[in-house]
Design a protein around this ligand. Structure first.
Ligand code: UD1
Ligand code: CA
Length: 455
């Protein structure tokens, strides 16, 4: 006994005009069907089945890590036929929840209502009133306002087409009854499909009550059939996330120009985010962090008091308290920036640790590097970390001063408090406390003349 969620995801999605199966198109960076999966995950004692069909192998491959039962619907013969394919998964004592893989915004509270309403002799059906019900199955009620059937648009008379209450497709039903009714479905309709919606009339004929409820927000039941609807739902989703963050105290310069494609697992106070910022994956953002315009930050931890200036790209990195990043800085995976560090414009940091209070202010590449505390890396300094085959480590100890335009050919260590003169190519370890330089002597050719154009 438990909940069996069946996610229908076998439809072709022809109107997406895409080689990619519809349910894999991303909303907020995550496949549509995964939004539905994440909803199911919030329900206790729930086992999840995904019915796949068109492009099914791709769907399975992309979502391989999800702990779900996969059921193939080789031919798409209708929603009833799709559920029939999952029939062997259903126990008599189960409550079956039918969901659509292309309806991504459904909220758990709405589903909980269906699960509260359903019983052995009650089918719980999610419906919605639409000003433009065209295309949907209509909820037909008798003169006592009891639901008697669902009539698909293509099978509907002119009178029925006027009904504005429509079927969302989402419902909860007792396993034993569902299995019985699935066996009775026929395809004698205009589309020659096995309609899941026909179980409503079968339920009524057995005296099973149909209890309808409505979603908390009507956007919850909107489906994606084309790119226009996809972008609409994306904006609905983003508006909800922006609203949620603002209600938690985040200052957003413009909620319409903010995108969250993932989740913020730790959120401090007094965070301020300028326009066109994209946050992706899993993030932690501490107290008082300010993020300038046009930044993309993915899977990173930003500690309290950090200032990220305009146009930074940060991925799989950590930034320690009170550091200042950018403008135009790029922190690549495994960039570990400690506290009170300055990373300036056109600086790229990859797989490197930068110690407290150190500064890399201009035009540098720091890769596979351990930088101690209080180090100053001059403009245009490059770690030559790659010989074409292997990556090697550069170590710069505490208090070192690296003159501008230095190349550090790894593996190499710059000792504590060492000074490297500008323009040096450092190929050997340099001693502590000393000045090291490697430069050709500067010479001047006396009496040299610029060439003149030959006549
Ligand atoms: C269905 C409902 C209709 C409802 C509408 C809501 C039926 C007969 N009709 O219509 O009452 O108003 O949804 O959007 O149920 N699918 C499969 N296999 C199939 C057919 C569909 O997995 O053979 C999946 C699709 O991928 C999709 C869902 O079922 O996720 C709905 O299919 P769709 O073709 O969009 O149904 P509609 O005809 O729009
Ligand atoms: Ca549809």
């Amino acid at each position: 006994m438990g909940i069996k969620s069946i996610i229908l995801a076998a439809g072709k999605g022809t109107r997406m005009h895409s080689l990619r199966p519809k349910v894999l198109h991303p909303l907020a960076g995550k496949p549509l069907v995964e939004h539905v999966y994440d909803l199911c995950k919030q329900l206790e004692n729930n086992s999840i089945t995904i019915v796949y069909g068109h492009g099914g192998e791709t769907v399975r491959k992309v979502l391989d890590s999800l702990p779900v039962n996969w059921v193939e619907q080789a031919e798409q013969l209708g929603t009833g036929h799709a559920v029939q394919q999952a029939q062997s998964q259903i126990n008599d004592s189960d409550t079956v929840l039918i969901l659509y893989g292309d309806v991504p915004l459904l909220q758990v509270a709405t589903v909980q209502q269906l699960l509260t309403d359903v019983s052995a002799n009650t089918l719980a059906l999610l419906t919605v009133e639409l000003d433009e019900p065209k295309g949907y199955g209509r909820i037909v009620r008798d003169n006592k306002n009891q639901v008697i059937n669902i009539t698909e648009e293509k099978d509907a008379s002119a009178t029925i087409k006027q009904i504005r209450e429509v079927n969302t497709g989402i419902l909860a039903v007792a396993g034993a009854s569902l299995k019985r009714w699935l066996g009775l479905l026929e395809n004698d309709n205009t589309q020659n499909e096995y309609y899941l919606t026909d179980i409503i009339a079968l339920a009524v004929s057995e005296g099973v009550a149909i209890k309808t409820s409505q979603p908390v927000h009507s956007s919850e039941v909107l489906g994606v059939n084309n790119k226009s609807q996809l972008s609409y739902l994306e904006r609905v989703y983003q508006a909800q996330k922006a609203e949620m963050l603002m209600l938690q105290g985040v200052t957003l310069a413009d909620p319409n120009r903010f995108d969250l494609r993932g989740e913020i697992t730790k959120l401090g106070q007094d965070i301020s985010i300028d326009v066109n910022v994209i946050l992706e994956g899993t993030l932690e953002i501490g107290d008082g962090v300010t993020i300038g315009p046009n930044c993309v930050i993915k899977n990173s931890t930003i500690a309290r008091g950090v200032e990220i200036l305009a146009n930074c790209v940060i991925e799989n990195a950590t930034v320690g308290a009170d550091s200042r990043i950018g403008p135009f800085a790029r922190l690549r995976p495994a960039a570990e920036i400690q506290s009170s560090v300055h990373i300036g414009n056109f600086v790229e940091v990859k797989k490197s640790m930068i110690g407290q209070g150190s500064k890399v202010n201009h035009l540098s590449y720091i890769g596979d590097c351990l930088i101690g505390e209080g180090v100053n890396v001059g403009a245009g300094t490059i770690t030559c970390n790659y010989d074409g085959v292997n990556k090697s480590l550069t170590t710069i100890e505490d208090g070192a001063f690296i003159g501008s335009s230095t190349q550090l050919v790894a593996p190499v260590t710059v000792g504590k408090n060492a000074t490297i003169a500008a323009g040096s190519t450092i190929t050997k370890d340099t001693p502590e406390e000393q000045l090291t330089l490697s430069r050709a002597k500067q010479i001047t050719i006396k009496g040299w003349r610029r060439p003149v154009k030959k006549g």
